[in-house]
Ligand binder design. Structure first.
Ligand code: PLP
Length: 368
């Protein structure tokens, strides 16, 4: 059994691709700035500006929340729904289910619009599920199933409801245009296609949605009314005031990751994800494997594969990890042992990484 340091070195420097963009991990090891140091405040301002670009929004209130993607989800609901409100939620996987749980805990009446896992959401059915919802919510890229849903179509049908969108697995990987799609409140994560360590939730809210927010949400920490001063300036329209201590290393890392993405040009980054995913999905097809997600709605950054009959899913994953230094995910929920989930995100969204996965998977299946 290797020591933990040896394992770490193998993961970081071994043959397999590493997750984050190198620039983002390098930023984590820089000397720490104080959270009110003007140099850090400049980094925060630039980070918010670059987040607007990757969100496709002009929203002044766009910021990295000090929370993981789930914290972003909590912030979206806790600020928009409470008792007496109706939340229509499209469910086509685990993260739609989690939205229902979160909205329920806020005291909202939840109308869950269930879809078969592996299928995209049906915008028409979601929009018609209730005559007068306060919010309509959907996951753009369902990580549990590898499916992309049409948020623009839902935005066109939302009526007076606020549209909440989960972009955890889409931001920085596939086309995302919050403003033109009608997204009122959006949250995302850093650890997927943005290629940064987990720990922040890129968040955006329109002025109109902000004006309609719950006056005193039950969460102090995630109350957007109080958080305005945290990033100050362009985000709150006012000065900067203390709210909580900014996770300075994480913000610096996000800043570096965003510079990388924007420097490469966002559309080129989307194209790189598309190409890598296509190489992987074509190769899996050639290997005789079946993809789980519905054709036409497959995410390039997260490919779901049916585990072939008679193959031990866990044994294959173990061989991939220990022999090839590659981690792939098991399926979610009822598909835990019948589906694999393969991510090619951020730095990993490259043809060579796709080819490496194909070769390693072939070897692992033969050995399992
Ligand atoms: N939403 C989606 C689509 C996700 O994939 C995830 C995490 O994988 C989350 C929400 C929750 O994010 P986190 O695990 O960073 O809290």
């Amino acid at each position: 059994m290797p020591t933990s340091t040896a394992v770490l070195e193998r993961r970081l420097f071994g043959p397999g691709p590493s997750n984050p963009y190198p620039e983002a991990t390098a930023a984590l090891s820089l000397p720490l700035l104080g959270h009110l140091d003007p140099a850090f405040l400049a980094i925060m301002d630039e980070t918010c500006a670059m987040l607007r670009t990757v969100w496709g929004t002009d929203n002044a209130r766009t910021l990295p929340l000090s929370a993981t993607g789930s914290g972003g989800m909590e912030a979206a609901f806790v600020n928009t729904v409470g008792p007496g409100d109706v939340a229509v939620i499209a469910v086509n996987g685990l993260f739609g289910q989690r939205m229902c749980d979160v909205a329920d805990r806020c005291g909202a009446e939840v109308v869950a619009v269930e879809h078969e896992w592996g299928q995209p959401i049906d915008p028409q059915r979601v929009a018609e599920a209730h005559p007068n919802p306060t919010v309509i919510a959907a996951v753009h890229a369902e990580t549990s199933t590898g499916v992309r849903s049409d948020i623009a179509a839902l935005g066109a049908l939302k009526g007076d409801a606020l549209l909440i969108t989960d972009a955890v697995t889409s931001i920085g990987g596939i086309e995302l245009r919050a403003d033109s799609w009608g997204v009122d409140v959006g949250y995302a994560g850093t650890q997927k296609c943005l290629g940064v360590a987990p720990g922040l939730a890129p968040f955006t809210i329109t002025d109109a949605a902000f004006e309609r927010r719950i006056p005193k949400p039950q969460s102090w920490y995630l109350d957007l009314g109080l958080l305005g001063g945290y990033v100050g300036g362009g985000t709150s329209g006012g000065g900067r005031t203390y709210h909580h201590t900014a996770p300075v290393a994480m913000v610096a890392s996000l800043h570096a990751g965003l510079q990388r993405v924007i420097g490469e040009d966002l559309e080129n980054v989307w194209a790189r994800h598309t190409e890598a995913g296509q190489i992987l999905q074509d190769g899996l097809h050639e290997m005789g494997l079946e993809l789980f997600a519905a054709e036409g709605y497959r995410l390039p950054e997260l490919t779901t594969v049916n585990v072939p009959d008679g193959v031990d899913s866990a044994a294959v994953r173990k061989i991939l990890l220990e022999r090839h230094n590659l981690e792939i995910g098991s399926g979610a929920g009822a598909y835990a042992s019948s589906v694999w989930r393969i991510g090619l995100m951020g730095h990993n969204a490259r043809p060579d990484a796709a080819l490496l996965v194909l070769a390693a998977l072939q070897d692992a299946i033969a050995r399992a």
